[in-house]
Design a binder for this molecule. Structure first.
Ligand code: ES4
Ligand code: ZN
Length: 324
């Protein structure tokens, strides 16, 4: 089964590129940029990756990305992940990135974009990998700021596939970002949002109704509301479910208790992703293997999940056909 899963062409629709920063690269970039890390060693960093909840993780995630200063750092970050993912059989990645987290530290948007776009281009030319770009906004920061960043990104609109909404979910409902998402729609950008990860099922409905998203990142708490499950079923909205993320952040106690099988039983359009692979114990292959072990799914189940993802991937129709 592990060999099959490694060889299976896999698609991930939900990956935060800053969450792919492995401690080894973090140390190398810290040295390159003369930054002092709060860890004495790679081992110590890994040992610190024990999270109580989403906020506990976000604190280390924002701390870790402090080593990203120059265009080359963003290129190395993304290329490092693309190569690793490709070697595990990943053929498409829709990649979130968090411009506000870098702007806040005085890193210009052009620096972030130049590095990430160059890595995307190189990956698409040298690996059998296509990459979609999702500019994500931090929901625990003001909506005005998000709107400003979206306008500031005008030179890049043509190169983006979608906008997203991430960071601390509780008390930051989708409704806070209606103006930002309306503007993205006007611009012609697709829209996705994290909802129903730590936040309530009602946030999923809000994201659908008020932000007009085509995809819900996580969405696992939909099971707390029949109304929300019905909506997701009727629209066949894609859910990007991240099993190892959910256990790492204690959204779910153990993988055996994960709602994935229940979501499939309801006929929902489920896909599997890795979220923040450097922090949650592995990438897309590790997530597949963990699901095979926990749920005893057969090969066809994984083929189906990846087919769901291909159909919704942010890439050209010809690439989608090639992957199907
Ligand atoms: C995230 Cl796991 C998760 N949830 C919400 N926002 C995020 N940003 C990076 N990882
Ligand atoms: Zn996420």
């Amino acid at each position: 089964m592990q060999d099959f899963l490694r060889r299976l062409p896999k698609i991930e629709l939900h990956l935060h590129i800053e969450g792919s920063l492995e401690p080894e690269l973090m140390f190398a970039l810290a040295e390159r940029n003369s930054i002092t890390l709060p860890y004495a060693s790679v081992g110590e960093a890994k040992a610190a990756y024990q999270f109580k909840d989403l906020q506990g993780f976000l604190n280390l995630y924002y701390q870790g990305m402090n080593v990203l200063c120059h265009e080359q750092d963003f290129f190395d970050l993304a290329m490092d992940y693309f190569k690793r993912a490709s070697s595990e059989g990943v053929v498409h990645i829709d990649m979130h990135f968090d411009p506000q987290a870098h702007l806040q530290r005085g890193i210009a948007l052009d620096v972030v974009m130049a590095g990430l776009l160059r890595a995307k281009e190189e990956a698409e030319q040298t690996l059998d990998l296509s990459v979609g770009l999702i500019m994500a906004f931090l929901r625990d920061r003001p909506a005005d700021e998000a709107l400003q960043v979206l306008e500031q990104a005008a030179p890049y609109w043509k190169l983006l596939d979608a906008i997203g909404l991430d960071s601390a979910e509780r008390d930051h409902p989708p409704s806070k970002f209606v103006a930002v998402f309306n503007r993205a729609k006007e611009i012609g950008l697709a829209r996705v949002a994290h909802a129903g990860e730590e936040g309530p099922a009602a946030y999923i409905l809000e994201a659908l109704d008020m932000l007009d998203v085509c995809r819900i990142d996580h969405g696992i708490r939909c099971l707390e509301s029949d109304e929300v499950v019905d909506r997701l079923y009727e629209q066949q909205t894609v859910l990007t479910v991240c099993p190892l993320s959910n256990t790492s952040l204690k959204v779910v106690d153990e993988l055996i208790d994960h709602p994935l099988p229940a979501l499939l039983d309801k006929g929902l359009n489920v896909t599997i992703s890795s979220d923040d692979p450097a922090y949650f114990g592995g990438g897309l292959l590790a997530n597949h293997i963990a699901c095979a072990e926990a749920f005893g799914w057969d090969e066809d189940a994984f083929v189906e999940l990846n087919r769901n993802a291909i159909t919704e991937a942010f890439t050209s129709e010809s690439r989608r056909q090639e992957l199907l």
